[in-house]
Design a protein around this ligand. Structure first.
Ligand code: NAP
Length: 260
């Protein structure tokens, strides 16, 4: 049995993450859901998802309210990166105004284990200061938008891993760029850190598997990690798995399991 377009649940997925792509794949096989995946447009060649998709900002909270109404969205799943705090806060506000139910799909945090040398800080500005006055060889796996924060600390060498090749010179005096798209693995990240004689890693506690290898590699090499804590987004329900999202939508089983 297939559901007609009018009876299918209109779901907006705020994406830009592996979890959002996995959710899109789950929805592609679910005839009860008519889902659209939204990308901010930061990555030059996003992987085309198996459901409808759109690219670009909505135009703030008001723009998102208009979009939800125009597209008759019944539910929103915020599967953005845990550090995409502005989009997530806009989703809370816009869903509140439009009366649309919102759920956040958020990866579990990376956890410190005995032996880890983590310096936990609240933001990247403090992370840059935590590197100290003496020159160090630093790995930055934080995305290109925030590199400027490290410019006032030119005594360090920075190894910067980016998804796309930089279009402009980096704002860092002494830096080398590696262009690579995750998921990354332990063997590769061990080779990268040792090959560049990295002494300290700067990371944001993104959680998930795709970027965990650098944390595991630092652990194995006994390197300190300056770990930026996640921003707290108030006012929303949160789950950690796709199964929980399906349950929230009232879909406990996959269509194939139900023989739909
Ligand atoms: P942000 O600071 O929270 O958002 C800035 C603005 O970008 C938002 O106000 C919104 O513009 C637009 N935007 C963000 N996500 C969007 C989405 N999924 N669909 C449509 N518009 C979106 O976000 P960010 O940190 O720049 O991250 C941008 C995107 O990259 C997110 O989709 C996120 O999932 C992904 N990403 C981020 C990181 C990270 O480290 N932050 C890492 C990996 C992937 P309007 O106000 O005009 O609506």
């Amino acid at each position: 049995m297939t559901s007609s377009a009018s009876t299918r649940l209109r779901v907006l997925v705020l994406g830009g993450t592996t979890e959002a792509n996995r959710l899109a794949a789950a929805f592609a096989n679910d005839p009860r859901v008519d889902a659209i995946l939204s990308y901010a447009g930061r990555t030059e060649n996003p992987t085309p998802p198996p459901i409808s998709w759109r690219v670009g900002g909505f135009g703030g909270i008001d723009g998102l309210v208009d979009y939800l109404r125009a597209e008759k969205i019944a539910r929103v799943v915020d599967a953005t990166h845990p550090f995409a705090a502005q989009m997530s806060a806009h989703a809370v506000a816009a869903c509140g105004i439009a009366g649309v139910r919102l759920l956040a799909l958020e990866r579990p945090l990376w956890q410190r284990v005995p032996g880890d040398h983590w310096i936990e800080v609240d933001d990247l500005t403090v992370a840059a200061q935590a590197l100290g006055a003496a020159p160090r060889r630093v790995f930055l796996g934080i995305g290109r938008q925030h590199l400027q924060i490290f410019a006032p600390h030119p005594q360090h060498f920075y190894l910067v891993r980016l998804v796309d090749p930089p279009r402009a010179p980096l704002p860092l005096r002494d830096a080398e760029v590696i262009v690579a798209r995750g998921p990354f693995d332990l063997a590769g990240d061990l080779m990268m850190l040792t090959g560049h004689r990295i002494e300290i890693v700067v990371a944001r506690n993104a959680g998930g598997d795709a970027a965990f290898a650098k944390i595991e590699a630092a652990r194995e090499l006994g390197l300190p990690v300056v770990m930026v804590r996640r921003p707290f987004i108030p006012g929303r329900e949160k789950v950690e798995t796709i199964a929980e999202v399906l349950h929230w939508l009232g879909h406990d089983e996959t269509p194939t399991e139900r023989g739909v």
